[in-house]
Design a protein around this ligand. Structure first.
Ligand SMILES: Cc1cc2nc3c(=O)[nH]c(=O)nc-3n(C[C@H](O)[C@H](O)[C@H](O)COP(=O)(O)OP(=O)(O)OC[C@H]3O[C@@H](n4cnc5c(N)ncnc54)[C@H](O)[C@@H]3O)c2cc1C
Length: 399
């Protein structure tokens, strides 16, 4: 029989665990069902801006973050071929002063680990592994989730936090139709001590160039360098966290780029590639007692570094709405969508716009990069562009 108040979350990624912790903190019962056999995020970094750390601090995770985070001492822009360097701004300290909580750089596994630890501290058996959702139905005031292997669970609500290829989304609204952007993202990690000393810096570096963009920043207390790059190419269209490429293929995509870029590429342990797709905004995320969050309902290109942060904000807000209107699913989920729809749609739209400017062919020219840096990457300009994102307080929204 259904447990009166149990909320079932499908997916133990960043969004699912943030929602679980938010619900537990509000005294609601939760189970997280994750398809993987262990909670082990892909080997990659993630930046969490002030609007995300504000939520994580409200969930009591400040000290846990401090044990693993990097607060970048500064950010710089470099020219793709000459290596000329421009100071950008000090994201770590300045964002903490301005927005109250810092912009941090993390290993995804560390973020997922500290969220899972907090969930388990509140409810030791909250996370169930090896649970791949294959179907959902709702009737008589409860929802049933079915898993591969024949098991099923009941709850009063189901939250699909199962990522970009969400089964829950497909069950509610049918298959989606992503469009390929013509660009591929590469990701990889390098143990810091394997890099030449000049590259072992506690700073984020963005390399501006034509037809591509490179970004690297330290994670896990500065012990690992996280590498991400984007390149225009149309021969790879698989959207996956786990597809490996080769270092030669990655190096070839950045032929002609500065030697420092290749120093890092040559030391990456395993490069992963991800074809970047876009989807139009969904009109609704919920049906009956089932809703979605994070990439399951608004997957975004990574050009604002906000997909994970949006999933964290969603988790906090959906928990607040369920806690307030627990006995009224229509109202609870309508309020959740009303609060989140426009903000997340704007992130998706602006990230897509950024993709168009991020690697303009004009950036091949050295003076064009200098002009671009002066126009778009100065502290005040970046602040104007990002203020609406970073100053947002999900913990203060009236529900
Ligand atoms: C190259 C790149 C760089 C990025 N950088 C940033 C950044 O710096 N900052 C940022 O905020 N965002 C960033 N993002 C976006 C961010 O990674 C995602 O938005 C975020 O991971 C979404 O979290 P989620 O919890 O919604 O989904 P996911 O992290 O995808 O988690 C979904 C979980 O559900 C599980 N699951 C899936 N299907 C099922 C099923 N049927 N049954 C049970 N479990 C299931 C999966 O195993 C997984 O654990 C980046 C993305 C890319 C591609």
């Amino acid at each position: 029989m259904p447990n009166k108040e149990k909320i079932i979350i499908i997916g133990g990624g960043i969004g699912g665990l943030a929602a679980a912790l938010s619900l537990l903190k509000r005294g609601l019962d939760v189970e997280v069902h994750e398809q993987a056999s262990e909670l082990k995020e892909v080997g990659a970094g993630i930046q969490i801006s002030s609007n995300g750390t504000r939520v994580l601090y409200a969930l009591g995770l400040e000290e846990a973050l401090k044990r693993v985070q990097v607060l970048p001492s500064r950010r710089v822009i470099r020219h793709w071929s000459s290596g000329e360097t421009w100071n950008w701004f000090d994201l770590g300290a300045i964002t903490a002063q301005r927005y109250g909580t810092p912009h941090v750089m993390l290993h995804r596994g560390d973020l997922q680990g500290l969220l899972a630890e907090a969930v388990r501290a509140a409810k030791p058996d909250a996370v169930k592994l090896n649970r791949r959702c294959i179907g959902i139905s709702t009737e008589n005031g409860h929802a049933e989730v079915r898993f591969e292997g024949g098991e099923s669970v009941h709850g009063t609500y189901v939250i699909g936090a199962d990522g970009i290829h969400s089964k829950v989304r497909a069950e509610l609204f049918g298959a989606d139709k992503p469009q390929f952007t013509g660009a591929v993202a590469w990701r990889g990690l390098v143990p810091m001590e394997r890099l030449p000393e000049r590259l072992q810096q506690m700073q984020g570096v963005n390399w501006l160039g034509p037809h591509g963009h490179v970004l690297h920043y330290p994670v896990r207390r500065g012990e690992i360098m996280n590498f991400i790059s984007f390149v225009e190419r149309d021969d790879w269209q698989v959207e996956s966290w786990v597809t490996q490429g080769t270092k030669d293929e990655l190096a070839n995509d950045f032929r002609g780029w500065h030697a420092d870029v290749h120093e890092i590429i040559s030391r990456i342990e395993t490069p992963y590639k991800w074809a970047m797709m876009v989807r139009g905004p969904m009109a609704r995320w919920s049906k009956g007692r089932v809703t979605l969050l994070g990439d399951a309902c608004h997957p975004t290109l990574p050009f604002l570094g906000q997909g994970g942060v949006m999933a964290i904000e969603d988790g906090y807000i959906v928990a607040a709405c369920l806690a307030k209107y627990l006995d009224d699913p229509a109202r609870a989920l309508a309020r959740y969508e009303d609060i989140r729809r426009e903000r997340t749609a704007t992130v998706v739209r602006k990230s897509h716009e950024n993709r168009r400017s991020a690697f303009s062919p004009a950036l091949a020219d050295q003076s064009a990069v200098a002009v671009e840096v002066a126009r778009e990457w100065q502290q005040e300009r970046v602040r104007e562009r990002m203020e609406w994102l970073y100053a947002y307080d999900a913990t203060g929204v009236a529900i």
